[in-house]
Design a protein around this ligand. Structure first.
Ligand code: MLT
Ligand code: MN
Length: 310
């Protein structure tokens, strides 16, 4: 078995975003247009229905645990089904939830060395006491088995690979040129497989561009959870909530010739699901033409609490 639980389907800020009055954020607050609240980007995966790994730890992790009974303590006075965390980048929406995982609970945290180094430089993350929390480096393009703090394998294999992207927003350095000091490994995708039955899927919550290499990798995949941040590149400006384009933020748009819908057209991916969706994206509105287009092209729009069994 490989069970996937979508803990948070929204991009950084969530939907609604606390300070946003865009159509989607408003509709979520009003309960109109069939759009529900979405918390920030994270999924949980298990291969034994007992031990779960988080893939990214969102600032909303506390409420995500509360709202999903699979994440509740079960066995002892102190227990969590969460055995560890795998990080795909150092963005606030993907690492801030680590602070929720303090309280002397055994965990393993896997990340690229770039992300480990920023966690190390920020002493607030020292609340993750090394007596309880192992930090392990993920080497790119090398399959490995996830292990709990006791070193036991939990039946999940992971392979991490670099994808086009950007350094985390809070680490941008304008003096380093137009890519703000981005290096390889700042954004990664993951292939996640069950060890026993070889079920697998890809989790790529941020990606700035479809390359030939990435297309070859995911061709024919059973399922891909993919960066659904924006419908179009200039969406923040056209919805008058900001100036940054999707490209500037390290995200490819869903629509258009350079978008993900087009890029996936001939890849024969069996199940395509948008995740990490920004609150400005009209695909979040049930009755929008953009949602219709997405669905006509065989895509699903993830929502919080969605469970997938592969
Ligand atoms: C992003 O995905 O672009 C980031 O999460 C932005 C942010 O940190 O708010
Ligand atoms: Mn993000």
């Amino acid at each position: 078995m490989l069970k996937i639980l979508i803990l948070g389907s929204a991009a950084g800020g969530g939907s609604p975003q606390w300070n946003c009055n865009s159509d989607v954020s408003k509709a979520v607050r009003n309960g109109s247009n069939g759009t529900s609240p979405r918390t920030q980007s994270s999924i949980a995966v298990t291969a034994n229905d007992d031990e779960w790994f988080l893939f990214n730890a969102s600032p909303d992790l506390g409420s995500q645990i509360l709202n999903n009974k699979q994440m509740h303590p079960k066995k002892n006075l102190r227990h969590s089904p969460i055995s560890g965390v795998v990080l795909t980048n150092g963005d606030v929406d993907h690492v801030a939830g680590l602070l929720t995982l303090r309280e002397r609970q055994s965990l393993t945290v896997y990340a690229h060395r770039r992300v480990h180094s920023v966690l190390k430089e920020n002493s607030i993350f020292n609340v993750l006491n090394p007596d309880y929390v192992d930090r392990r480096e993920m080497k790119m393009n090398q399959k490995f088995e996830l292990r709990n703090k006791e070193g036991q394998a939990v039946g999940i294999e992971v392979e991490a690979f670099e994808v086009p992207g950007k350094i985390a927003l809070w680490l941008e350095d304008e003096s380093k040129g137009e890519d703000f000091g981005t290096e390889d490994g700042d954004t990664i995708g993951l292939k996640i497989s069950s060890k026993s039955e070889k079920k697998s899927f890809y989790y790529i919550p941020a990606c700035a561009k479809m390359t030939d290499k990435l297309a070859d990798r995911i061709k024919g995949a059973e399922m891909v959870l993919f960066d659904g941040t924006l419908w179009k590149n200039n969406e923040m400006a056209s919805s008058k909530v900001g100036e940054k384009t999707g490209q500037r933020m390290g995200h490819m748009n869903n629509s258009g010739d350079d978008g993900s819908i087009e890029a996936f057209k001939n890849l024969d991916v069996k199940r395509k699901i948008f995740i990490h969706i920004n609150t400005t994206n009209p695909i979040l509105l049930q009755n929008s033409k953009e949602r219709e287009t997405v669905e006509l092209n065989g895509w699903e729009v993830s929502c919080d609490g969605m469970e997938i069994n592969l």
